[in-house]
Design a protein around this ligand. Structure first.
Ligand SMILES: [Zn+2]
Length: 317
């Protein structure tokens, strides 16, 4: 496989948390690797007393998270990045908002916010911002992304499954926009890209939840319930088509996680058979970084009949 990889993510930190090993492995193979981020994560909660002043200050938090994202991408070896609103032409955006910044005004897609319903399950926030990404019509956002796909002709496009990984409305919208963009671009391409959805192997996830309970739990953090609800990304083992070894790129992934200091805490390697590290988000529930990052090929196709960079392989049932 000699082509590029294009990853579509909702917020800063998602590139690392859901596709960090794939990105680092792809980039380390010397292949073109691009991340598109749909929003700047400015509605999110902020971890840590030093930066707590940023919570609720959308513009300042957005700027801070742009810096965190740049650090994470550098750690992963990803050299190409764009925010989705930079790809969409303002004239084509009846639903997008113009914040008046910059010459001629610029589009800006804002983080839509979310609320937790359970561990690993999110829903829409009660008050949706005017310029929320989820208010931007799918075709408008997809047009800009489709232009990028036509220019770069990636071999693989990667994003979320239809549930957006865990239900966050920006993630669900990012899935729809990615899907539509591939459809629009493919009409102009000789070869359609393989579309991968980031998924979690349910068996591995539950085993890692149980293993986490055997380790010391840092003060102030809780353990996930091994029998409790799981994110929509969790699928039966038979639903996994492609897997990536995390260990060879673990240092890069952990460095990227630490770069997202306002969103990710308690990052620590924990060598084991089920997971290679643990961390927590703002909900203060420990999460395993599974030893294998897993993907499903979209549309029920089998894994692309191609060779993959070392460390990435089709899963043999
Ligand atoms: Zn996110």
């Amino acid at each position: 496989m000699t082509g590029g990889l294009l990853a579509v993510h909702a917020h800063p930190d998602d590139e690392t948390l859901s596709t960090g090993a794939l990105l680092a492995t792809w980039a380390a193979a010397g292949l073109p690797t691009t991340v598109v981020t749909c929003t700047r994560g400015e509605q999110g909660e902020v971890i840590g007393p030093e930066q707590s002043v940023l919570e609720g200050n959308g513009r300042a938090l957005a700027e801070h998270r742009e810096v965190e994202l740049a650090g994470a991408l550098a750690a992963l070896g990803v050299r190409h990045h764009a925010f989705l609103d930079q790809l969409v032409r303002p004239s084509s955006s009846p639903g997008g908002q113009d914040d008046g910044d910059g010459p001629g005004g610029r589009l800006r897609f804002a983080d839509s916010g979310m609320a937790w319903i359970a561990t690993g399950q999110a829903t829409a926030a009660a008050d949706l911002p005017e310029d929320a990404f989820v208010r931007v019509p799918v075709d408008v956002a997809a047009a800009g992304l489709a232009d990028l796909i036509r220019r770069e002709e990636p071999t693989v496009v990667v994003g979320y499954e239809p549930g957006g990984g865990y239900g966050h409305p920006d993630h669900v919208h990012a899935h729809r926009v990615m899907t539509r963009a591939v459809e629009l671009a493919t009409a102009h391409l000789a070869v359609a890209p393989t579309v991968l959805w980031a998924v979690l192997d349910l068996v591995q996830l539950r085993a890692a939840y149980r293993a986490l309970a055997e380790e010391p739990t840092p003060a102030g953090l809780a353990l996930p319930d091994p029998a409790g609800p799981v994110p929509s990304a969790a699928v039966p083992s038979a639903g996994v088509d492609v897997e990536v070894d995390v260990d060879p790129v673990l240092d890069k992934v952990l460095a990227a996680m630490r770069s997202h200091a306002t969103q990710v805490q308690a990052v620590r390697p924990t060598p084991g058979s089920t997971h290679v590290a643990r961390f927590a988000l703002s909900n203060a529930v420990l999460q395993p970084l599974l030893a294998t990052e897993t993907y499903r090929v979209a549309h029920g196709q089998g894994p692309a009949p191609t060779e993959w960079p070392a460390g990435i392989r089709p899963r043999v049932a």
